[in-house]
Design a protein around this ligand. Structure first.
Ligand code: UDX
Ligand code: UDX
Length: 482
C-alpha cells in the first residue's frame, strides 16, 4: 500500500489530502500539522475551515484511509510520498522584506524530512514557492542524509483550488500540473504522482513540465487572475467618472471569446492569501534578475488594488458630509469572498481600518466569520496572519469602536450607512425596506460587490453608491464639495 503524508493541514493541505483519500481508497493518507488545535479540530465534528462539501468528504474517509495527526515525524518516516503545504508568508524583515517569500517553514520541513527518513521519498511542493525553491530543498535533503544513502525526488505540483469551491475544484480540476527533473529518476517520480491523479483526473488534463516551469506557472497563474481584477477595477473608476456601467462593460468583454467571462467582476478589491503574496514574490524575483520594467508592471496590479480600497473609503466618507466620526456604519461581509470563513488579506480589513481612521463606529456582520477573528484582523498587523496559528499572538487588543453582531438587521439598526464588502448570497434577500426604516436618514448603501438592485434601493429612499455605476446626484454634488 502506498503511503502519503501531507505536511500542513490548512486550507490547501486539508482539502487536497482529503480528496486524494476519497478517490484513492488503496492509498493511506496521513495529514500532519504542528498545530495541536488544528489537528484536534480536523478530528472533531467542527472542522477548522469552512468549505462546502469538505465535511462530507472527511466523514467518508476519516478512520478508513485518512487520518489527522500531530505525530509529524512518524508519518513522514513511513510515507513514500510527502506533500508539503506549509505557510510561505511574505518576509517581514531582512533581505527582500515586504516582497520575498519567507521559506523558514519550508526549510524546517525539509530538514525534518532529512532527519527522520529511512527510505527513498518523493517530496512534493504544494505551497506556492519562489522559482528554483526545489533546487534549495534538494540541497537541504541530500546534504543532510548523504550518509544514509536515501534518494529524494522533488516535484512541483502547485494547487489551483479556489476557496469556497475547493472540493469541486479538486474533484474536477481543469488541469493538474506536475513539474519534475527531466532525468529518468525524475520522470519516474512524475509518473508515480500522475498515476495517483489518474484515479479520477482524465489523462489529458495532467500536464507535465520541468520543475521551474511548474513553479513559475503557479505564480504567473495568480498574477494573471489578479491582473484581470485590477484591470476591471481600473475601468470601474473610469465608469463612475463617465457614466458608463462597469457590469455592462464586463458583459461586453465577456462575450469576446478571446477574453472570456471569468474574473471580470469589479469589486472593492481582491483579497485572499495568494494574490498579493504571489505578485510580491514575482516582483522580487524580477528585481533580483534585473528585470525592473517587468517588476514595475506587476507592481501596478497591487497598486490599483490598494487604490480601489482607498477609493471606496473615500466615497463613504465624502458622501456622508465628509465625516463619519461617531457615526454607526454597518459592515455586511468580512470574509475575502463568499462561501469561506477565510479573512486573510480581505479588502474588509483595509476598508474597516480606513473608516476607523476617520473615527467611525462599526457594526460588523458576516455569516461565517466570528468576533475573535474580526477583532484580531483589525488590531493586528496583517503579515502576522500569514504565519502558523501557534506563532500568532494569543490575544490582541480589542478595537472598542467595533461591534460584531449576529445578523444584518442588528448591524444596520440606527446606522447612517451600510457597506457590502463580501458578496454573500443572503445579502440579496435582506428586506431592505425594513432596514431603511430602522436606519438614520439620509440612509446610505455602499455596494462594494455590485450585487444589489440599485434602482429598487433608490426607490426605497437610499442614497446608493455601487462600484463602477453612474453616480447618484447626491454623490456628484458631494464630489463637487471636495
Ligand atoms: C499555505 C500557504 O499560505 C500558501 O502559500 C501555500 O500555497 C500553501 O500553504 P494554506 O493552506 O491556505 O496555504 O495555509 P494555512 O491554512 O495557514 O496552512 C498551513 C499549515 O501548515 C498550518 O496549519 C500550519 O500549522 C502548518 N505548518 C506550518 C506545519 O505543519 N509546519 C510548519 O513548519 C509550518
Ligand atoms: C485564487 C486562485 O483563483 C486559485 O487558482 C489559486 O489556487 C489560489 O488563489 P482564491 O484566492 O481562493 O483563489 O479565490 P478567488 O476566487 O481567485 O478570489 C480572489 C479574490 O478576488 C477574492 O477577494 C474575490 O472576491 C476577488 N475577485 C474574484 C474579484 O474581485 N472579482 C472577480 O471577478 C473574481
Amino acid at each position: 500500500m502506498v503511503k502519503i503524508c501531507g505536511i500542513g493541514a490548512g486550507y490547501v493541505g486539508g482539502p487536497t489530502m482529503a480528496v486524494i483519500a476519497l478517490k484513492c481508497p488503496s492509498i493511506e493518507v496521513a495529514v500532519v500539522d504542528i498545530s495541536h488545535s488544528r489537528i484536534s479540530a480536523w478530528n472533531s465534528n467542527k472542522l477548522p475551515i469552512y468549505e462546502p462539501g469538505l465535511e462530507e468528504v472527511v466523514n467518508q474517509c476519516r478512520g478508513k484511509n485518512l487520518l489527522f495527526s500531530t505525530d509529524v515525524e512518524k508519518h513522514v518516516c513511513e510515507a513514500d510520498i510527502i506533500f508539503v503545504s506549509v505557510n510561505t508568508p511574505t518576509k517581514i524583515r531582512g533581505l527582500g522584506a515586504g516582497k520575498a517569500a519567507d521559506l523558514t517553514y519550508w526549510e524546517s520541513a525539509a530538514r525534518m524530512i532529512a532527519d527522520v527518513s529511512k527510505s527513498n521519498k518523493i517530496v512534493i511542493e504544494k505551497s506556492t514557492v519562489p522559482v528554483r525553491t526545489a533546487e534549495a530543498i534538494e540541497k537541504i535533503l541530500t546534504h543532510n542524509t548523504n550518509s544514509k544513502g536515501i534518494k529524494y525526488q522533488i516535484l512541483s505540483n502547485p494547487e489551483f483550488l479556489s476557496e469556497g469551491t475547493a472540493i469541486q475544484d479538486l474533484l474536477k480540476p481543469d488541469r493538474v500540473l506536475i513539474g519534475g527533473n527531466q532525468d529518468p529518476e525524475g520522470l519516474e517520480a512524475i509518473k508515480k504522482l500522475k498515476d495517483i491523479y489518474a484515479h479520477w483526473v482524465p489523462q489529458d488534463r495532467i500536464i507535465t513540465t520541468n520543475l521551474w516551469s511548474a513553479e513559475l506557472s503557479k505564480l504567473a497563474d495568480n498574477a494573471f487572475l489578479a491582473q484581470r481584477i485590477s484591470s476591471i477595477n481600473a475601468m470601474s473608476a473610469l465608469c463612475e467618472a463617465t457614466g458608463a456601467e462597469v457590469s455592462q462593460v464586463s458583459l461586453a468583454l465577456s462575450k469576446n471569446t478571446k477574453i472570456g467571462p471569468k474574473f471580470l467582476n469589479a469589486s472593492v478589491g481582491f483579497g485572499g492569501s495568494c494574490f498579493q503574496k504571489d505578485i510580491l514574490n514575482l516582483v522580487y524575483i524580477c528585481e533580483s534578475n534585473g528585470l525592473t520594467e517587468v517588476a514595475n508592471y506587476w507592481k501596478e496590479v497591487i497598486k490599483v488594488n490598494d487604490y480601489q480600497k482607498s477609493r471606496f473609503v473615500h466615497r463613504v466618507v465624502t458622501s456622508m458630509f465628509n465625516t463619519v466620526s461617531g457615526k454607526k456604519i454597518a459592515i455586511l461581509g468580512f470574509a475575502f469572498k463568499k462561501d469561506t470563513s477565510d479573512t486573510r488579506k480581505t479588502p474588509a480589513i483595509d476598508v474597516c481600518k480606513g473608516l476607523l481612521g476617520d473615527n467611525a463606529c462599526l457594526s460588523i456582520y458576516d455569516p461565517r466569520v466570528n468576533e475573535t477573528q474580526i477583532q484580531k484582523d483589525l488590531s493586528m498587523d496583517g503579515v502576522e496572519w500569514e504565519h502558523p496559528i501557534h506563532l500568532q499572538p494569543l490575544s490582541c487588543s480589542v478595537v472598542k469602536q467595533v461591534n460584531v453582531v449576529g445578523d444584518a438587521y442588528e448591524a444596520t439598526r440606527d446606522a447612517h450607512g451600510l457597506c457590502i464588502l463580501t458578496e454573500w448570497d443572503e445579502f440579496k434577500t435582506i428586506d431592505y425596506q425594513r432596514v431603511y426604516e430602522n436606519m438614520q436618514k439620509p440612509a446610505f448603501v455602499f455596494d462594494g460587490r455590485n450585487m444589489l438592485n440599485v434602482d429598487k434601493l433608490r426607490e426605497i429612499g437610499f442614497i446608493v453608491y455601487s462600484i463602477g455605476r453612474p453616480l447618484d446626484q447626491w454623490l456628484n454634488n458631494m464630489k463637487i464639495m471636495n
